[in-house]
Design a protein around this ligand. Sequence first.
Ligand code: EPZ
Length: 419
Amino acid sequence: MEKLVIKGPTPLKGEVHINGAKNAAVAILPATLLIDGICTIENLPNISDVKISCEILEKLGAKIKWNSMNSVTIDTRHINTTTAPLDLTSKFRASYYIIGSMLSRIGEIEVGMPGGCKLGARPIDQHIKGFELLGAEVNVGNGTIHAKANKLVGTSIYMDIVSVGATINVMLASVLAEGTTTIDNAAKEPHIVDVANFLNTMGADIRGAGTDIIKINGVKKLTGNCTYSVVPDQIEAGTFMLAAVATKGDLLIKNCITKHLDSITAKILEVGGQVEDYGDSLRVYCNKRPLKANIKTLPYPGFPTDLQPQMGVVLSLADGTSIINESIWESRFQYTQELNKMGADIMAQGKTAIFQGVDHLSGAPVYSSDLRAGAALIIAGTAANGITEVYNLEHIDRGYENIEEKFRAIGANIERVSY
Ligand code: EPZ
């Protein structure tokens, strides 16, 4: 087992390079199943969710060659089974994208019930509704999902909830369907646009990704023979932006699309930090105690739930009382109990948390309950006085490449230690 040992406080200073987006990568990899050919995906983050996605593809018959730590060439010409490995698909959330892709390519698939961070109930009714409207039969039971379709036919699908996963999954299922599919009330996150761009590069005809109406004109075949580079990770960039503010540091965050970070920039300015926008990089700095602010998480372009815990660290140290309303997930305040162990004063109940800002945090042993909670605890440990030990690193390793090396390179005193 491993833990991170962090000695603070350190104002983080220097440059940090942002990797490709986890939540785009874990959708683009299964999307390669739609291609009857070979393609190369670059700028993949080297994280455990990506490695498991590749293992699942291999078990389905794809041939994968790693060109470097961040690039793979995938040959999906010989997909030879309709059963995805149940143990691997149950390990993480995005395995549900295998369903949309395989329904489209082969017409049948069985996967394990998707796992992933425990953020509350994570229903997939909107995915299933979309598949059924396209003509598939879907059965859920005994920890598996089985979907089958003789033929998928384009139709109009209204999403009752704005869902990233359901929007992408229905897009995947309809790329090779007969006729036109319209997804109404679609999610608009940058990774949705990225998946659509990838599919269009491979020969799909998807229009409107990034707006709330996406139109997919079915095509006969995707042929591949292309190279595609994954979009920079908006959440990793936001994590370092907020780390700069919480530690009263000064960071140049390179290789990001600054437009994707507008909601975070707005909140950083509100709490008294400074942001300089250079288009593909951002300088974020803060030389005083942050001010209070209220946050409500929302689908893009609102403030992302995946940066709520990291923002929570900033507000735990702010001058005054702040309120966060988490509108996406039921259980995303587990990290507040850990911050309270470090001297924070946070009261969380249901989807609301009240932060009475304190002027410093103190190191303590803390447990990461999910991926972004883990990132928040690393920021807190870097800002806190004394030694913080962060446990449950498997959550963090699912989504951040070399996190401790990146923090160390900008001044943090952080070590990964076996115990
Ligand atoms: C994606 O999860 C991300 N995961 C999550 O990132 C992120 O928190 C979330 O989108 C919201 O931005 C991946 O992309 C792999 P949703 P997803 O479907 O697709 C409800 C991280 O830390 N809902 O947009 O599973 C659902 O319960 C993670 O990187 C239904 O009711 O999220 C939630 O309240 C964790 N029925 C809301 O919609 C459905 O069929 C949004 O969920 C689907 C969703």
